[in-house]
Structure formats: C-alpha cells, structure tokens
Design a protein around this ligand. Structure first.
Ligand code: IMP
Ligand code: MG
Length: 173
C-alpha cells in the first residue's frame, strides 16, 4: 500500500507557533511553578521544544498510556504502562499531548490524575483534531486545530513510522 505525505506545518511554522504558545502559558501561570506531564510516546518532541521556551519554573514528568484500538483510532480502553514519578499533589499540572482525537485518552487521564489532588490541571496539545470528539474534555491550549485527517511527524506516528520527521504531514493512503 503506498503512502503519500502532504505538508501541513513546516519546521519554521511549528517553531513560531510553539514559541507563541509558550509565551501564552507563561503569562497565564504568572511565575507559578508548573509540572509539565508528557504523555508518551507521542508528546516527547513537542514537550522538549515547549519546555525550553518556558521562562517560569518547570518540572517534567512522563506517563505512558497504552490504548487499544485500530492503527488510526483509539478505543478508549486505556492502560497505564508507566506511572507518575513526581508527587503532583497541590501542584499546577499541564498535561502535554501530541494530538487529541476522540478525547477518550485525555478523559481517562484527567479522571486518573484527580486522586493525586493537584492544585490545577490543564491540557495542552500540539494538534487538536476536533471532528471525531466523543467526550467533552477541556483543551486549554492547542498549537494547531484541524477537523479531520491523519497526521504524522513531530512525534506523531503511524505504526511507529514517521515520528522523527521534523515537520507535520497529512498521511494519505
Ligand atoms: P484519543 O483517545 O482518540 O483522543 O486518541 C489520541 C491518541 O490517538 C493520540 O495520542 C495518538 O497517539 C493517536 N492519534 C489520533 N489521531 C492521530 C493522528 O492523526 N496521527 C497520529 N496519531 C493519532
Ligand atoms: Mg498519543
């Protein structure tokens, strides 16, 4: 099966948009300390760029969620395969995700995190894909919003392929 990559966001556009997002986040948190919680694996490249542009004090943790489904959509049945390491109790937490699609993964995570009693939880995603949302979840920050389509690059993969591409592409099959 042939796969075609159609450019969506260039490296330069990503850099500019992530910088703008970082400024927005710094303004909102107003010098308060933040725990940026990356969801593995997809968010690691976005998170690495974002945190280096934040000028407020930041701590970083990762959680790994496995969700079962087809290659291109999640089922909402989520399992935590690597848990938190930092104590997020009474801390401001910013969840960093590569892409929000159905919203089921984030809905599960937000519910899970409540038991640790963070001071606040917000969601930041590189791509907000709005057309297939199944649960209402708060997307507090999004770098880029699309309605539909399957995107790869900048951390986003298709079956572990294309994750390391420095720009974002629409994968056409
Ligand atoms: P959700 O639970 O449907 O919101 O699933 C979100 C997860 O599905 C993301 O973290 C990705 O791992 C994967 N996903 C959804 N859409 C895409 C896409 O367009 N490209 C790559 N991965 C995607
Ligand atoms: Mg993901």
């Amino acid at each position: 099966m042939s796969e075609e990559l159609i450019p969506v966001l260039s490296r330069a556009e990503i850099e500019q948009k992530v910088k703008r997002l970082a400024e927005h986040i710094c303004k909102d948190y107003d010098k308060e300390e933040l725990v940026v919680l990356g969801i593995l694996k997809g968010s690691f490249i976005f998170l690495a760029d974002l945190v280096r542009k934040l000028t407020i004090p930041v701590q970083i943790d990762f959680i790994r969620l496995a969700s079962y489904g087809s290659e291109t959509s999640s089922s909402g049945q989520v399992q935590i395969t690597k848990g938190l390491e930092l104590d997020i109790g009474d801390r401001h937490v910013l969840v960093a995700e590569d892409i929000v699609d159905s919203g089921l993964t984030i809905a599960y995570l937000l519910d899970y995190l409540k038991q640790f009693h963070p001071k606040s939880i917000k969601v930041c995603t590189f791509i907000d894909k709005t057309g297939r949302r199944e649960v209402q979840i708060p997307v507090d920050y999004a770098v880029h919003v699309i309605e539909s389509g399957f995107l790869v690059g900048y951390g986003l993969d298709f079956d572990e392929k294309y994750r390391t591409l420095p720009a974002i592409y629409h994968l056409k099959k």
